[in-house]
Design a protein around this ligand. Structure first.
Ligand code: ATP
Length: 625
């Protein structure tokens, strides 16, 4: 067995993440890149639609002029204008519809691409990192933020094009008709722009807070949904929603403050560009112009038709700017999640030779400041059971999590079969290293599919064999549809049953190295005895690393490793460690005398001593059973 020289984790990670440091375009542009062509075409079509949409107004104005000019123009002189109005109206309709359809197709494509990218990326994140980030954040990116981009690309983009396009030809025409009244028609537009910019002052910061507040609601909603059972089980069902309510109240407070602070200016802005107000604004000077003989009634018509069109698009500016900012913030969050470093795949992959696990000089820190583990050396020989014990917070779970690469070491190395874990392709690693955690997660799928998770191609016979070995077969047969029973809908299993099902899952996956977080509390002695039988099956012939909360269960482990403050302070067999009268002996004594409910930081279990005694031999001697 050879072990590779320890190598600094951050250096390797930095090398693997080298591409992340490259300068990138702004998040929104970068995310839209795959559909840029379609969006550009949609934008062009929308501009044509907006331009063509102005033509019928101009044509109608000309018709009015000719009809009121006194000279009987005759149908022939009017028909070309009618045709022009109709055909440009048709062009506007066709181009506008095509632009909308194209933008929606592009957006639909983008949503699919982004959701796939996010799902693939989240699936490649280190498991430890994923639990740190929280499912709320992932849900927000995958669902809410992608939806915000939908609003932006499928709707806002086209509205903005129309807003910017329509006033230009309309104003150009009005200036050719009468420059004095054209200047008046610009007033609502300028006033609207001024008031909107006042209303939007500081909106960047507010939008950031808006996004953050929505994020808090998202996280609290997920926590609320997943934690309500725990709250209820402790008779605090009414407390479960407190954080969620606080988050929504915080959002409501923030939003009403924001709305109040901009209410007057934004209402004024909407008012000055409202068609009725614009018409009034133009009619009064128009009437004066006519009575003074500066223009004819017919010459006023284009102003009445196009004047509102010049200013009206400003009415949609406010909400559109908010949508743009929301889209930008969503793009930033999506990009941040997509740029979260994934578990680096080895540049030079290697396959382990055997299943000997070695830890050499292993240190680990969650925050790059304080080490949670320091200089840990450990040797897990194939087919042996190693138990990690120590006070709460000493680093047992952290150490165990390094084997399935929930995290990568910050110094030193963990090797499997002589190969650094970081050089083993993820799929190969997970075929060899399995884990059974206390917190069993079952999928909304059939019992059989839940067991098959690690080996989807397993036959029914293999699934049943593992379920029998895990002492869960009889319970499954009691379910209405046996192995086909869907979990999580009509049926949920008890904690102990779920634990056994997860053991069946691990048995089927058949990883030779197994990390086992020993559950601290099972429902009843009978259930616990079944679980211990199942665990015995699982332990047989495997390299087992057990996070032991109850010392009585690991008395006969091949090696007991005592962790304190992230360092290995003792290791050996139970009897030897007791004889050494060191820390383990003290922990043992404390747990033995403290009674079933307490210990000095070593959580343990309320069960009859006879059960505990039986368990002690069970894990070790499982193969004989
Ligand atoms: N995801 C995390 N981010 C930051 N710090 C963490 C994280 N998980 C654990 N820690 C810290 O690392 C230290 C070791 O925690 P760990 O869970 O490994 O201890 P443990 O011995 O398994 O405790 P217990 O027996 O209570 O489960 C603790 O100080 C804990 O607060």
């Amino acid at each position: 067995m050879t072990s590779q020289p320890p190598e600094a984790g951050p250096a390797r990670a930095a090398a693997a993440r080298g591409t992340d440091a490259r300068p990138t375009p702004p998040p929104l542009r970068a995310l839209a890149e795959p559909v840029r062509g379609r969006l550009a075409l949609a934008t062009g079509l929308q501009a044509v639609a907006a331009l063509a949409g102005v033509v019928p107004f101009i044509a109608v104005s000309r018709i009015a002029e000719r009809l009121t000019a006194g000279s009987p123009a005759g149908g022939e002189a009017l028909w070309p204008l009618v045709v022009l109005a109709c055909s440009s109206g048709l062009v506007a309709l066709v181009c506008g519809t095509a632009a909308g359809a194209l933008a929606h197709i592009a957006d639909n494509n983008l949503q699919l691409i982004l959701r796939r990218r996010l799902a693939r990326h989240v699936g490649r994140l280190p498991l430890g990192r994923l639990t740190d980030r929280g499912t709320g954040e992932v849900k927000q990116a995958v669902q809410d933020d992608v939806s915000a981009l939908h609003t932006l690309f499928a709707h806002t983009l086209l509205d903005v094009v129309a807003v910017l396009t329509v006033p230009v030809p309309a104003l150009a025409y009005l200036f050719t008709a009468d420059w004095r009244l054209a200047l008046v028609s610009v007033v609502p537009l300028l006033l609207g722009m001024f008031l909107f910019s006042r209303a939007m002052a500081g909106a960047a910061g507010q939008m950031a807070e808006f996004g953050a507040a929505l994020g808090r609601i998202s996280a609290a909603a997920v926590e609320f949904a997943s934690g309500i059972a725990v709250f209820k089980s402790f008779g605090r069902g009414s407390k479960a929603h407190e954080r969620f309510v606080r988050a929504t109240e915080g959002f409501a407070d923030f939003f009403s403050r924001w709305v109040r602070s901009t209410l007057v200016t934004s209402t004024a802005a909407i008012l000055v560009v409202a068609p009725a107000v614009v018409l009034l604004l133009l009619s009064v000077p128009g009437a004066v112009f006519i009575t003074q003989g500066w223009m004819t009634g017919a010459e006023l018509v284009p102003f009445l038709l196009l004047g509102p069109a010049v200013a009206a698009p400003m009415g949609v500016v406010g909400p559109r700017i908010q949508q743009i900012r929301a889209g930008q913030a969503a793009a930033v969050r999506i990009t941040a999640l997509l740029r979260t470093p994934t578990l680096p795949e080895p540049a030079d992959p290697a396959l382990p030779d055997g299943h000997h696990v070695l830890l050499r000089g292993v240190s680990f820190s969650y925050d790059a400041r304080a080490d949670v583990l320091s200089g840990v050396d450990l040797d897990l020989a194939p087919g042996t059971v190693t138990a990690l014990v120590g006070p709460s917070g000493s680093g047992k779970s952290t150490l165990a999590s390094l084997l399935p690469r929930f995290h990568d070491v910050t110094a030193g190395a963990v090797t499997l079969g002589g190969v650094d874990l970081r050089d083993i392709p993820a799929a190969e690693l997970y075929r060899r290293v399995g884990f059974v955690l206390q917190d069993v997660r079952l999928l909304r799928a059939s019992v059989a599919d839940n067991i098959r998770l690690g080996r989807p191609d397993a036959t029914d016979e293999e699934v049943e064999r593992c379920a029998r070995a895990a002492r869960i077969h009889d319970r499954i047969m009691d379910l209405p549809d046996g192995y086909a029973t869907e979990l999580g809908t009509a049926f949920t299993l008890s904690g102990g049953e779920a634990q056994r099902l997860s053991i069946a899952r691990a048995l089927l996956a058949d990883a030779p190295v197994l990390v086992l977080d020993e559950a601290t509390a099972y429902a009843d002695p009978h259930s616990e005895a079944l679980i211990q039988d199942a665990l015995s099956e699982l332990a047989a012939g495997r390299t087992l690393l057990v996070i032991a909360h109850r010392l009585s269960t690991i008395r006969s482990a091949d090696r007991i490793v005592v962790l304190e403050d992230g360092r290995v302070t003792e290791q050996g067999r139970h009897d030897d460690l007791l004889a050494a009268q060191g820390r383990y002996a003290a922990l043992w004594e404390a747990q033995r005398t403290a009674g079933p409910d307490e210990s000095d930081g070593v959580p343990h279990h309320r069960s009859a001593p006879v059960e505990a005694g039986r368990r002690a031999d069970d894990i070790r001697e499982g193969s004989a059973r």
